[in-house]
Design a protein around this ligand. Structure first.
Ligand SMILES: O=C(O)CCC(=O)C(=O)O
Ligand SMILES: [Fe+2]
Length: 431
């Protein structure tokens, strides 16, 4: 079983296969871009790649392993901190809502990442989750691996994993990740079963806090998607309609808790290699230990912990869906010599059968269509395939999801026909 560090996939091979049958029902979406628009799109997109120089091996290598670039004192950059206090989902406080819509949209364009404070998720709950994460990662390996028992044969998600260092295995040269994580993509009943298996008679409080966490994150992320749709001038449910407001018990959530032990050999080591998230959005609760960095222009900027804040970042899907208006943040985690670090990531993704197609409102002469419409499931499949291929060939550049994403989604990519050609079942079986 292979796991990418990027929050990829989550669908099982079987589920993917089942989805192929559904695909034909939506396979009649056309691209609809002329050659001129295509050429412009390519140059725009390549322009946009300035922050992610994939052509140059050495630079790509630096993205993964360079130590953080120190900012000049007078020139320290910070991601925006946005106060959510005036937000009302029902539009009662129209002025407060407008301010938040503007600030979040601007931050998502400029940074693809921002902090929110006064988001309504109790600090007590977040503290409890962080404490439980530390307790989990302190458990003996064989107990932690009980997470995996039930899910043998699944792909990237639904597992506990360490990246080799715990067992003194050969370090994974592609990730060089100094990290353990527990990544889950599942329905609540399966999640609960997993918790009961691992925590046994101490599971009640974990079940409670995780249930509350998923519920709160679900609501918050729906609100964020509505805010962003509004900020883009779209119907507020443009994105959120694809993520139904059904009961938590019937939904599948993708969350990941990351644990970064202290690392003496920080040189050439990262906790999590540079990547963008292939989600719509990710909501992250980091603890008070720093380590997260986001790429702004050509430099890494520390995302320092802000008390009570949640970090939100735009993922690749939202970049494509917004025709490149919103920016999917490239980020990474550097390691600490002395402190343990924990983060909880909640990745928001639409169902696999959703077609990601930028709306006409975001396309005009100055802003031609940049991406082919594609099925979410196809991007997932391609990510898995490319990551496996990169691993086999030793080409670490391919591990950057944005690179894969551009390769997959850009309009004039000669290698792929967008959503029209779902991958073959045989290829899916390779996972
Ligand atoms: O640990 C962090 O701060 C970032 C984690 C992350 O980027 C992820 O889980 O995708
Ligand atoms: Fe991430």
């Amino acid at each position: 079983m292979y796991h990418s560090p990027y929050g990829d996939g989550g669908e099982t091979p079987v589920e993917l296969r089942e989805l192929q049958a559904m695909m034909s029902a939506v396979a009649d979406v056309t691209v609809g871009a002329d050659a001129t628009a295509t050429a412009t799109a390519r140059s725009l997109k390549l322009g946009g790649l300035k922050t992610l120089p994939i052509e140059d091996d050495e630079t790509a290598e630096n993205i993964c392993h360079a130590s953080p670039q120190e900012a000049e004192d007078e020139d320290i950059l910070h991601i925006p901190v946005i106060d959510f206090a005036g937000f009302s989902a029902d539009g009662r406080d129209a002025v407060g809502r407008r301010r938040i819509v503007t600030q979040i949209t601007e931050a998502s364009k400029a940074w693809g990442m921002f902090n929110i404070v006064n988001h309504g998720i109790p600090q007590r709950l977040l503290n409890e989750l962080h404490k439980q994460a530390h307790e989990f990662f302190a458990l003996p390996l064989d107990i932690k691996e009980k997470v995996n028992l039930h899910y043998e044969g699944l792909s990237a998600s639904n597992n506990y994993q360490n990246h080799g260092f715990l067992r003194k295995l050969q370090p994974d040269p592609l990730h060089n990740s100094w990290r353990e994580d527990l990544a889950y993509f599942s329905t609540w009943d399966k999640t609960k079963t997993m918790i009961e298996r691992v925590w046994m008679d101490r599971s009640t409080s974990v079940v409670e806090s995780l249930h509350m966490y998923l519920k709160s994150m679900d609501e918050l992320s729906m609100n964020l998607l509505e805010i962003l749709a509004e900020g883009l001038g779209l119907e507020s449910n443009f994105f959120s309609q694809h993520l139904s407001r059904q009961d938590i018990d019937d939904k599948r959530y993708y969350w990941r808790v990351n644990f970064y032990p202290p690392c003496q050999h920080t040189e050439g080591t990262v906790g999590m290699a540079a990547h963008s998230d292939p989600s719509l959005l990710t909501v992250l609760s980091q603890d008070e230990v720093s380590g997260l960095q986001v790429m702004k222009g050509d430099r890494w900027v520390d995302v320092l912990p802000v008390p009570g804040a949640l970090v939100v970042n735009v993922g690749d899907l939202l970049e494509a869906w917004s025709n490149g208006t919103l920016h999917s943040a490239v980020h990474r985690v550097v390691v600490s010599k002395s402190e343990e670090r924990v983060s909880w990531a909640f990745l928001v993704s639409p169902p696999p059968s959703v077609v990601v197609q930028a709306p006409e409102q975001l396309i005009d002469e100055g802003h031609p269509r940049l991406y082919k419409p594609f099925l979410h499931v196809d991007l997932r499949i391609v990510l898995q395939e490319e990551i496996i291929a990169a691993r086999e060939s030793g080409d670490t550049r391919k591990l950057l999801p944005k690179v894969i994403f551009y390769d997959f989604a850009q309009l004039n990519n000669p290698g792929r026909d967008g959503i029209i050609q779902p991958s073959k079942t045989g290829e899916i079986n390779r996972m």
